[in-house]
Each structure stands twice: as C-alpha cells, then as structure tokens.
Ligand binder design. Structure first.
Ligand SMILES: Cc1cc2nc3c(=O)[nH]c(=O)nc-3n(C[C@H](O)[C@H](O)[C@H](O)COP(=O)(O)O)c2cc1C
Ligand SMILES: CCCCC(=O)C(=O)O
Length: 356
C-alpha cells in the first residue's frame, strides 16, 4: 500500500463513517472514480538523459501568481468535518509549501480566517438559485482577497452518490456548517432551495462574475474542447478539466483522457486580458508521476482534492503541508529522471504514447 492509501486509512479511522464515505465516494457504480485513477498511470514516459538536473525547480505561475509547486489544493466542501479549522488550516498548510488553495462555496470558515493562512486562494463559485446570495458571497470573497474565481459548471444537479448521506442530513457538523456556511447571512429568510445550484446557467455567467468581482474566472468541470473554447470566448481566463473526482456523471471520460483535447483547443486562445488561456486539471492525481504526465499533456498546474482532506483530517495544516510537499517532492524526482529541471521543460515529447 502506498503512503497516500495509508494516510486515507488513518483518516478513515479518525472520521465518522458518514464523513469518510462522503469524502471518498464517487457517483453511481464509481466507474469514473476508478478510471480517473487508472488513466493517470497509463501513459509511458520517454526520459531525456545527459541533461543537467542538479537544480530542479517546481516553481511556476498560475494566472500570473507565483507558486513554488504546480500541485494546488482543490476546493472541497465541508472541510470543517475533517478538521475544526477547515480551510484556514488548509491555507496554512498550503502556504508552508508555497501552494494555492481553492475555497469551496460550501466552506464553513470565514474568508478573513482563510486569508490569514497566508496562501493565495481562489474562490469556487456555485451559482445558486438565489443569484443575489451568490453575488454577495462573490463580492465578499473578492473583498477578502481571493485572486480568482473557479466557476464550477459540472453540478447543475448533484450526482447520484449511492448509499452516501448528504451533508445537509449530517447531525452536528451539518448544523454548525449551515450556520457558518454563508458567512453570517441569515438563510432562514430565504426559500429552502435558495442555495441549490442553478440548473440553467449559461456562458453569460462568466462575464457576470468578472464584472461583479473584477477577478479572472476559470471554468471548472470542462471535459470537451468545444466547451473550453466557448468558455474562453465568453471571457474565461481558462478552464479546469475535471470529472469532479468522479462524483458527478458516472461513465464520463477520465480527466487524463479529456485533457489533451481541451489543452489543444485552448493552445492558441487568449483570455480577456490578452494572456494565453490556461488549462488546469484535477481528478485522481495521486503521485508525482501523475502530475508530470498532466503537465506533459498540457496542464499548467493540477489540483488534488481527497489527498488534501486526508492530510487535513490526520494532521491539520501540517498534514496538508506534508501531502502537498510529498507530491511536489515526487514530482521533482520525476523531473530529474526525465531531464526536465523546470515546469516549462515538461513537454509532450516526454510521453511515449500521448494518445492513450
Ligand atoms: C468531499 C469533496 C467535496 C467537494 N466539494 C466541491 C465543491 O464544493 N466545489 C467544487 O467545485 N468541487 C468540489 N469537489 C471536487 C474537487 O474540487 C475536485 O474536482 C476533486 O476532488 C478532484 O479529484 P480528487 O479528489 O481525485 O483529487 C469536491 C470533492 C470532494 C472529494
Ligand atoms: C452540493 C454538493 C456540493 C459539494 C460537492 O461539490 C461535492 O460533494 O462534490
């Protein structure tokens, strides 16, 4: 068993079953959950030799923000169920290794406390049925220092997660979360479905969010080149290729296999500020070699979701730093062995079989 699998076991031993189930689960028969993991391990590498790899740097920039690693923390809901400090701990852990944090709409922590963690952070937006509430949260996140918005578009309805209790039915965590969830905004005055995701959003949402926040928008949950182009044409700075960690459409194409099409579609595109559009990816990345493959297939950086939750549950900010740091160290090792001492030198020529 690998270190991450061991860490998940330790996390599972600490967490109530229903919380671990919720974090771990995929949708339906969990085919996509399994295939996402397997797909990263498929491509074979063509290492370059006789290169100077005495100095390896994993540093890069993401939407212009410098980071020490292309391994970023994905936005995941209900982090306070993993650790009472939630995203504030995650941010502290990410800061320790020079990474960046995605903050879910469903955070139970105040933006100011997350910002105090010291890591750059991007706010993940679910456009809710109540657009006013959505706008208010985006304004607050932007005022608190979010550097970009991650507009998640693969959850017009929640995927069918069989036998897993919905967080809104959790006992204590649920009540605590819902109170804090929307930053002191009184939800009791709103209709019961006000916070459900809006099933009818279109590309105009991208411009609406840009105008509202003044922030660049990345669209998260794109698996097709044509959709990626549509997003950028509507003002997105780029996209995140993602199956939502196999939690939404079961039987969807694994993220690793969708990535080349999306990266190719955006290769010549530019965002609204004229900078080249950026492609990110998540879903099933568990090893440094997976990250190397993702960058070789055209990703600027990657996000990891569950690994961060296991680190958070077992060790708070230290656990998060360990997970992100270890994946980064594994990446650095793979960079040395493939003769690619910087992220910019990780290219498609490193792949033996880019089409698989
Ligand atoms: C427990 C859990 C909660 C999540 N909550 C959100 C969320 O609130 N917003 C969102 O955009 N994505 C959410 N995601 C998806 C992650 O951002 C990311 O796409 C996914 O976890 C990546 O796959 P990985 O866990 O295999 O690394 C969640 C994922 C998990 C596992
Ligand atoms: C309404 C579900 C929001 C959390 C989420 O994105 C997930 O559990 O995957």
């Amino acid at each position: 068993m690998g270190w991450l699998e061991q860490l998940e076991q330790q996390a599972a031993a600490r967490l109530p079953d229903y919380v671990h189930d919720y974090f771990r689960c995929g949708a339906g028969t969990e085919t996509t959950l399994r295939e996402d993991l397997a797909a990263w391990a498929r491509p074979r590498l063509r290492p370059r030799v006789l290169r100077d790899v005495s100095r390896i740097s994993t540093a890069t920039t993401v939407l212009g923000t410098p980071v020490d690693t292309p391994v970023l923390a994905a936005p995941t809901a209900q982090q306070v169920a993993a650790h009472p400090g939630g995203e504030a701990e995650t941010a502290k852990g990410a800061a320790a290794v020079g990474s960046l944090v995605g903050v879910s709409t469903n955070t139970g922590v105040r933006f100011a406390d997350i910002a105090a963690g010291g890591a750059p952070w991007w706010y993940q937006v679910y456009v809710m049925r109540d657009r006013g509430l959505t706008a208010e949260l985006v304004r607050r996140a932007s005022a608190a220092g979010a550097g970009a918005l991650l507009l998640t578009v693969d959850l017009p309805v929640v995927g069918r997660r069989e036998g897993v209790a919905d967080p809104t039915s959790w006992a204590d965590e649920s009540r605590a979360n819902r109170r804090a969830n929307f930053h002191g905004i009184d939800l009791t005055a709103l209709p019961a479905d006000a916070t459900a995701t809006a099933p009818d959003i279109g590309p105009d949402t991208i411009g609406w969010l840009r105008e509202l926040s003044g922030l660049p928008v990345l669209v998260k949950g794109v698996l097709r080149g044509d959709d990626a182009r549509r997003c950028v044409a509507a003002g997105a700075a780029g996209v995140v290729v993602s199956t939502h960690g196999g939690r939404q459409l079961d039987r969807s194409v694994p993220a690793a296999r969708a990535l080349p099409e999306v990266a190719a579609a955006l290769a010549e595109e530019r965002g609204p500020d004229g900078a080249p559009a950026e492609t990110y990816v998540d879903s099933g990345l568990r090893r440094g070699e997976d990250v190397l493959v993702a960058l070789a297939l055209g990703a600027r950086a990657v996000f990891v979701g569950r690994p961060v939750l296991w680190g958070l549950a077992t060790g708070g900010s230290g656990g998060v730093a360990d997970v992100l740091g270890r994946l980064t160290a594994e990446l650095a090792g793979a960079m040395a062995l493939t003769g690619a001492p910087t992220c910019a030198e990780i290219g498609p020529d490193l792949l033996f079989d880019p089409g698989t």
